[in-house]
Design a protein around this ligand. Sequence first.
Ligand SMILES: NC(=O)c1ccc[n+]([C@@H]2O[C@H](COP(=O)([O-])OP(=O)(O)OC[C@H]3O[C@@H](n4cnc5c(N)ncnc54)[C@H](O)[C@@H]3O)[C@@H](O)[C@H]2O)c1
Length: 319
Amino acid sequence: MKIVITGALGHIGSSIIHEFPKHFPGADIILIDNLLAHRYCSLFNLSNYCNFQFIEADVSLVDLSDVVIDADIVLHLAAITDAANSFQIREKVAQVNFSATQQMAKLCLKYNVPLIHLSSTSVYGSQSCVMDEDCATDQLNPQSPYAETKLKEEKLLSDYQHRGLKYTICRFGTICGVSQGMRFHTAVNKFCWQAVMGHPLTVWRTAQFQKRPYLTLSDAVGSILHIIKKELYDGTTYNVLSQNMTVNDIIDIIRTYVNDVHISLVDAEIMNQLSYEVSNTKFQNTGFRFSGNVEKSIKETVTLLLNAGKRIVCFNPVI
Ligand SMILES: NC(=O)c1ccc[n+]([C@@H]2O[C@H](COP(=O)([O-])OP(=O)(O)OC[C@H]3O[C@@H](n4cnc5c(N)ncnc54)[C@H](O)[C@@H]3O)[C@@H](O)[C@H]2O)c1
């Protein structure tokens, strides 16, 4: 078996590449990443049970025909992922993320290789009822350049389906949990970091009591394994999330592990994104059981940082 993974060194990819050898012993796993996120450490201690090959490349620019031609599956994770800061680099996010997806879709179509593409539940934006995958495109309400581009990528894949592309789109909720290449720019992990380091948690002014979908890394990896094992390349979209929770729920959990947690309400361009709850029933109906627990992920993250915090003095510079 040959599996190609773009963006393989990132928060989600690093968990996948350390988990896959248990499930696909002997497989050739090709890891492609342009090191934008500097996650060199994701390559440390990879298992001997698979044949790994790392290619440092920007998938929006490099022709990867030789890599995809005999692949059994492409898992496309490569993207500029910081939604809140995507307002400052709107054109770059639109150009790089869209081109990267287009390149991989073209190659998968040409060589008849199934594509798993990661989208985001942020395409739903602000909604008053629980959202499922069947809602009309004009009901979707993305609130950042990152989410707008995800929606355009989904549309692109649906256009390619008519030409014969086999694919599955997963709309992932916000990731939480520990991985070798983990990042701290999304809500849960950022709050864990801030709490342990003694910083106030920077909560968007409108967001504290809004519900959002969250996904544990274990469910994220489990969902990808489920799709590959069931060959679920049905050209549709699945919401993949462990729980809908409010920011306040998350802060309450962090408070059970960290003392003296303070909140600082901040303004952000992405605040227009109001509450939205998302249903994961369609994916459950394929036989997948969500078993991830956001509280457990928070505990693991905080514990990891608390251990480091014993040896680190964290300065809050006065500006
Ligand atoms: N983390 C989340 O909460 C979340 C939620 C929903 C969807 N997603 C999606 O899941 C995928 C993986 O997310 P993640 O959290 O691991 O992000 P991440 O930023 O940690 O990892 C992305 C990886 O892609 C690489 N990369 C970026 N642009 C590239 C390019 N043009 N060519 C090659 N490599 C490139 C980066 O160096 C990085 O290692 C992304 O598509 C993201 O949009 C993530």
